[in-house]
Design a protein around this ligand. Structure first.
Ligand code: ADP
Length: 341
């Protein structure tokens, strides 16, 4: 469904040339859910723009649904682009239009008669689970519902490929999961080829069949998701594997703590920097009539510098607990209350 052959993309800037994509070769099969993962600056957005014909490769071929998209223009390019649906991190909805009218907008542009547009919009609304919200405006919807509108709109023209550009990065974990479930559902029902571009490892692991890891414009590793992540060869891939291992560690910690402490509060504190936690804990103990246990703590090295996570258990009467939590929340750290025993 997608073939990239020796693709290079160089941008000319005032200070010289920037190579954004370097000699990339890639094949994505029909009906596949394919992930492209990389940190910021790896070349992911450039790949998206090459896939959907917004950028032309400096050299090489980008073939999507049998169209050599980098080498066509005008009406031919417009037609070829109809084979590609896109969803975005910030949804890109039209705020003055209802759910139904957002979804039928691409059909309006394509000159589809009103009756047909409405019928198609109804089908899509059902497919993405937005029945009853047809007349709502985007401002009245949750993030997950907005992305459902985005997905329905992307499918309006019956594309062969759905490109998802950081499509869940603005959503909370639970909503992310429900959107990913919906994408799998659509992939199965319609046999649609899906390409996900993300910097989030769990997105890849949850739904992709194969993955390509990008760094400095290159695909440095690719293959079946499980194989690539079970036996990572490159440092960048190892970092992504570590990212998911840490998330799993945290969820295991939470369930054991909830088991262990039957009263008080378990609180997760996340702070950037190294030793901000010690003075904070001392203050907690001095200021409030509560017991403070540090149950687990660790400092992780991430791309944005060190950050620490600390689980503490607070016990005492309700009033003091609430005061202590209010105090923590005023501090410049992230505070999450895990349980209310
Ligand atoms: P990612 O999406 O993975 O963050 P990008 O494709 O945005 O990566 O960027 C890859 C490289 O290309 C970066 O060095 C970036 O600064 C550069 N780049 C991206 N778009 C442009 C542009 N329009 N002009 C000049 N340089 C660009």
């Amino acid at each position: 469904m997608i073939t990239l052959k020796n693709v290079n993309k160089t941008y000319k800037t005032k200070s010289g040339e920037v190579v954004a994509v370097k000699d990339v070769n890639l094949e994505v099969g029909k009906g596949e859910i394919f992930g492209i993962i990389g940190y910021s600056g790896a070349g992911k957005s450039t790949m998206v723009r090459l896939f959907n014909g917004l950028e032309k490769p400096t050299s090489g071929d980008v073939v999507v649904a049998d169209n050599n998209i980098g080498h066509i223009k005008g009406e031919q390019l417009r037609k070829a682009r109809q084979e590609i649906g896109m969803i975005f991190q910030h949804f890109n909805l039209l705020w003055s239009r209802t759910v139904r009218d957002n979804i039928s907008f691409p059909l309006e542009i394509a000159g589809v008669p009103k009756k047909e547009r409405q019928k198609r919009a109804e089908e899509l609304i059902k497919l993405v689970g937005l029945e009853g919200r047809e007349k709502a405006y985007p401002s009245q919807l949750s993030g997950g519902q907005k992305q459902r509108v985005g997905i329905a709109r992307a499918l309006a023209n019956n594309p062969k490929v759905l490109l998802c550009d950081e499509a869940t990065s603005a959503l909370d974990p639970q909503t992310t999961d429900s959107i990913l479930d919906l994408l799998v559902d659509i992939n199965k029902k319609l046999g649609l080829t899906i390409v996900l571009i993300t910097h989030e490892m769990h997105v890849i692991r949850k739904i992709c069949h194969r993955v390509a890891v990008m760094e400095s414009g290159n695909i440095v590793e690719h293959g079946e998701v499980l194989e690539v992540f079970r036996n990572p060869q490159q440092n960048v891939t190892k970092r992504f594997v570590k990212q998911i291992a840490e998330a799993e560690d945290a969820s295991e910690t939470i369930s054991t703590l909830v088991e262990r402490y039957k009263s008080g509060r378990i609180v997760q504190l996340t702070f950037i920097g190294d030793d901000a936690e010690q003075p904070l804990i001392t203050q907690l103990i001095r200021k409030f009539d509560i017991a403070v246990n540090i149950v687990q703590g660790k400092v992780s090295q991430l791309q944005d510098g060190a950050y620490g996570t600390l689980f503490i258990h607070l016990d005492g009467n309700e009033e003091e607990l609430n005061k202590a939590l209010a105090f923590l929340q005023q501090e410049n750290i992230e505070v999450e209350v895990i349980n209310h025993a």
